[in-house]
Design a protein around this ligand. Structure first.
Ligand SMILES: *Cc1c(COP(=O)(O)O)cnc(C)c1O
Length: 252
């Protein structure tokens, strides 16, 4: 299918297509598709698209911008929707926005500094909540990307794992944009190794599943990410179609 020629995309067909591809990747890797959570990345898309995806069985949604996420949460609450939505924050997060998020998300994937985690701890303690997070790793050391360098990950994890209200479930990465997903295989493998290393040092909170959460793989490379052990994939374009950025500002 050529998505550029395809004006009337059907979100529900796209989701079935992605689900088949998840299943096929799991078969190749001898994994259970139930161990891979599909996060539908709905950034820039209207709430009506989220409702359509919900009707097609998606339950977890990823957003990049705090304000847009809060607006969608409010729309969902006021729509009286019957199905619960799990909200995932996947975009770069500024410390001054943390107070809006705490208590509203299933998981914050994009924790990329110790001060940001400290701010989450502060707001979580205030609200007497536990907040589940992932540490974002800049696995290919790209200039343009946020995230811990692989070398600075362990000392950071050591500090953050001491925060009583912050639960570090695992790691997240955005691999380089590429035409050939195979070139990202090494990065996915490296993220998994880093997570296993942290787990062995008891720096991750793996009580829920016994295994670290690995949030890796997007439209272009999620099948390879699953083969390498992804437990969460973040898929936008393959579900909702191309995004339009009016201001052209944030390409993430
Ligand atoms: C936009 C975005 C995605 C989804 O990207 P697609 O290529 O559209 O699937 C996943 N993860 C992050 C962090 C993103 O910003």
């Amino acid at each position: 299918m050529n998505s550029e020629e395809n004006c009337s995309i059907s979100i529900s067909e796209n989701i079935s297509r992605v689900r088949s591809a998840i299943k096929a990747a799991c078969e190749r890797a001898g994994r259970d598709p139930g161990d891979v959570t599909l996060i539908a990345v709905s950034k820039t898309k209207p709430f009506s698209d989220i409702l359509e995806a919900l009707d097609s069985g998606a339950t977890a949604f990823g957003e990049n911008y705090v304000q847009e996420l809060m607006e969608k949460i409010e729309e969902n609450e006021s729509s009286g929707a019957k199905k619960p939505i799990e909200w995932h924050m996947i975009g770069h997060l500024q410390k001054n926005k943390v107070k809006y998020l705490v208590g509203r998300t299933a998981l914050i994937h994009s924790v990329d500094s110790v001060p940001l985690a400290a701010q989450i701890e502060k707001e979580a303690a205030k609200k007497e909540l536990d907040v589940r997070i992932l540490l974002e790793v800049n696995i290919a050391r790209e200039e343009s990307k946020f995230g811990f360098d692989p070398e600075s990950l362990e000392p950071a994890a050591r500090e953050i794992s001491a925060f009583p209200h912050v639960k570090v479930l695992g790691l997240m990465t955005s691999a380089p944009l590429t035409e050939n997903a195979e070139t990202n295989r090494v990065y996915f493998r490296e993220l998994k190794n880093l997570a296993e290393g942290l787990k062995a040092k008891k720096l991750l909170d793996v009580e829920e599943t016994g295994k670290p959460v690995l949030s890796m793989g997007m439209t272009g490379d999620y099948q390879v990410a699953i083969e390498e052990g992804a437990t969460m994939i973040r898929v936008g374009t393959a579900i909702f179609g191309k995004r339009n950025y009016q201001n052209g500002g944030n390409k993430q």
